[in-house]
Design a protein around this ligand. Structure first.
Ligand code: PA5
Length: 420
């Protein structure tokens, strides 16, 4: 299960104030739980079953199986909301299916050459994920990798090795029909950053060997909780409310901190979710991430001692899983770390976390999102919990959480420069 621990923030956001704030805005929660008509074209994720029904999961697992029978390497071509979800899960759980290689998220020649090098000696299938098929990174990578496949396998065999995930009626679907590529429909009423629990990400996860049924089951559990719990008992609404109270009090940055580097890509998913959903109309809390304990030796100085503009949300996994134990043996070498003899890195890391939280909580509000375990079920819960919280938070802030008009300005200039 997931639990929001607010005890290290209560000196800054008093519990009774938070409860009153939530009670006074219970109508906002009710609107989010029902889903508002004005956002009907973006709320497909709110009901997990709409895009992750048992029938869709069966179809996805069957296609994943077929891909794995042809390839040991699956190239996921996508950027932002078409990349971060599956990449989060692959990085967090290190599943043992096909190897995933990431492309379509860069324009760097060096990086793309590295991707091509990674394919040598492997059987390859590629998946181009692009909602509108207008984005430069996936469009250019897809052409590069398509040409690579044709050169290597010939046009007919290459076509068997190409999957595309795109909007029905988009130019990408036309291309698939013309060339005989496998086409997977992009959830029509879900914006990119909210698609973690749709085929956009479930297919790469399944190819990588993730138990997507368990992941979706976790998300369904979270949906049931969050769409029924009243304001005072709704942890995602509490988080959304607390961050808006802090916004009103001048806090401008939220740091998502974690002591498991396996959350690195999840933090990118989270950053995109909140940055694109809330950063508009001159408003919004800037989402940033800190991979600890490493960042304690860089950002840590600012967090503890710098401008009072930020609050912190820790991700904490309570129970160790496979691979989470490593005991440091004693030594007869005088290395000055004798106090670590026989200690487990799990406990050393926890000591670093609890000390950090205690120190930071003296200076800034600290929330902790506690996960019992790090597994498929909890990844599904995390995706739904934050997506719901983001919707509610955007509503409280008074912005549209589902558009991203701000990313158009640079694109216009870039497309002009490239002669589009
Ligand atoms: O949330 C969104 O819709 C965006 O951030 C998209 O995910 C991102 O821009 C990628 O778009 P596309 O899949 O059309 O290339």
């Amino acid at each position: 299960m997931l639990k929001l621990n607010r005890s290290f923030a209560s000196a800054f956001v008093a519990e009774d104030e938070l409860v009153s704030y939530m009670d006074e805005r219970a109508d906002v929660l009710a609107r989010c739980q029902a889903g508002e008509d004005r956002y009907a074209d973006s709320l497909g994720w709110l009901s997990v079953d709409e895009w992750a029904s048992d029938a869709i999961l069966d179809r996805t697992c069957a296609l994943a199986e077929q891909i794995r029978s042809m390839a040991d390497t699956f190239v996921v071509i996508g950027v932002g909301g078409s990349n971060n979800g599956s990449r989060s899960v692959q990085a967090a759980l290190a599943p043992e299916g096909a190897r995933l290689v990431w492309a379509g998220n860069t324009l760097s020649a060096w990086e793309l050459n590295r991707v091509l090098d990674e394919l040598e000696g492997h059987d390859v299938v590629i998946d181009c994920i692009a909602k509108n098929f207008e984005t430069l990174e996936p469009g250019s990578s897809f052409r590069l990798l398509r040409q690579y496949l044709v050169e290597r396998y010939g046009r007919e065999e290459a076509a068997r090795r190409i999957v595309c995930t795109g909007t029905i009626g988009s130019p990408l679907e036309d291309l698939c029909r013309a060339e005989g590529y496998t086409f997977v429909p992009f959830a029509t009423n879900v914006g990119g950053r909210y698609t973690a629990l749709t085929e956009v990400h479930l297919l790469p996860m399944a190819v990588a060997g993730v138990d997507i049924r368990a992941l979706v089951a976790g998300a369904r559990t979270m949906e049931r909780l969050l769409r029924t719990a009243p304001a005072g008992e709704n942890s995602a609404f509490a988080y959304a409310s607390a961050r808006n109270m802090l916004w009103d009090r001048g806090y401008r940055v939220e740091l998502l901190s974690f002591f498991e580097p396996r959350f690195r890509w999840f933090s990118k998913w989270w950053e995109q979710l909140f940055a694109e959903s809330e950063g508009k109309d001159g408003r919004g809390i800037f989402p940033a991430a800190a991979e600890c304990s490493e960042e304690l030796h860089s950002l840590g100085q600012f967090v503890q001692d710098g401008t009072h503009i930020l609050f912190e949300t820790f991700l904490d996994v309570l129970e160790p899983g496979a691979g989470d134990s490593l005991v440091l043996g004693g030594t007869d070498v005088a290395d000055a770390f004798g106090y670590l003899d026989g200690k487990d890195f799990w406990d050393i890391n926890k000591a670093s976390f609890t000390a950090t939280r205690e120190a930071h909580a003296g200076m800034l509000p600290c929330f902790t999102l506690e996960l019992d375990r790090l597994d498929e079920e909890h990844m599904g819960m995390l995706f739904y919990w934050f997506a719901f919280a983001c919707y509610a938070s955007g509503e409280l802030l008074g912005v549209n959480p589902f558009d991203q008009p701000g990313v158009e300005a640079y694109k216009r200039l870039m497309f002009d420069a490239l002669g589009k």
